[in-house]
Write a protein that binds this ligand. Structure first.
Ligand code: ARG
Length: 277
């Protein structure tokens, strides 16, 4: 039974996506990628289209970035930057196969007149950063251990003027923060504790006592790689257990199929960067 103070109110969002026209799995930079498994690009595009339409159907604004040949992971738009209150903290990719994506994102933001802060250290944008505008006055959660350098957390704090809480990721299957933790709304999160170091788990429990906790099955189904607007939670359809949990907490799960993109090691959230004015 959902109580009155659990009434979930959606807030309109602005998102940036990039179509998987050139998606493929040619190299291995995370444990999910296997170049011997065939990828159906047409199906990937169809599934991605459904994701875009779902976001539009929920009333959100969607911008799209032009996909570039030779950048097969560019569909994972979350990694291109991290935007808080009109300021863009740019990305700097760990692996050279994705390096050129940062410039494509930068060009988008500069053409749109955003304030862009170029990074000096490795960080993979919203893959490793999440923002909770109403948690403790505005809190950034940041992951490190596989991709983003912990020193980028301090750089993001300087660029964005919000406290950054560093969380160490310890399981290579959950190599980006957004594979193990997500904002459900402006103040609450859902996460899989096992992806984090014991100390990081303690920090999360202290800051987010009301968080929804996911289990390993939810996490392996890429359930945590979700996007919430305060009411609706768009998540990978395979994560049915997590969908039930979220519904019990008063959210409305909106499942989408992204099986092709999962072969690259990503799902809903990886495909979406949020533009926060
Ligand atoms: N193949 C991509 C990589 O390993 C997947 C990125 C997923 N993106 C994300 N935000 N977790 O870099």
């Amino acid at each position: 039974m959902v109580s009155v103070n659990q009434r979930r109110i959606p807030r309109k969002r602005t998102y940036l996506l990039c179509a998987p026209e050139h998606f493929s799995v040619q190299y291995v930079i995370n444990p999910w990628m296997d170049p011997t498994t065939p990828v159906d690009v047409d199906l990937a595009v169809k599934q991605w289209d459904r994701l875009r339409e779902t976001l539009l159907g929920l009333g959100h604004t969607v911008h799209v970035l032009h996909p570039e040949p030779g950048l097969p992971d560019m569909v994972f738009a979350a990694n291109g930057a991290f935007v808080v209150d009109g300021t863009v903290y740019g990305a700097r990719f760990r692996y050279e196969q994705r390096t050129a994506e940062a410039a494509a994102h930068r060009a988008f933001y500069e053409a749109e007149g955003w304030r862009y802060v170029a990074p000096t250290v490795t960080n993979e944008g919203e893959g490793d950063f999440a923002y909770l505008p109403e948690a403790h006055g505005g809190t950034i959660l940041a992951g490190y251990g596989f991709r983003t350098e912990v020193s980028a957390h301090a750089e993001a704090q300087e660029a964005l003027g919000r406290p950054v809480v560093s969380l160490r990721l310890v399981d290579p299957r959950f190599y980006h923060l957004d594979t193990a933790l997500a904002a459900l709304d402006d103040r609450n999160i859902v996460y899989y504790p096992g992806a984090f170091s014991p100390a990081a788990q303690q920090v999360l429990a202290q800051l987010f006592p009301d968080a929804v906790l996911a289990d390993e099955v939810d996490a392996l189904a890429f359930g945590l790689n979700l996007v919430g607007d305060g009411r609706h939670v768009v998540l990978n359809s395979e994560a049915s257990g997590l969908a039930t949990k979220l519904a019990a907490a008063g959210y409305v799960p909106v499942p989408v199929e992204l099986g092709e993109l999962k072969k690259g090691g990503g799902s809903v959230k990886c495909c979406i960067a949020e533009l926060r004015h």
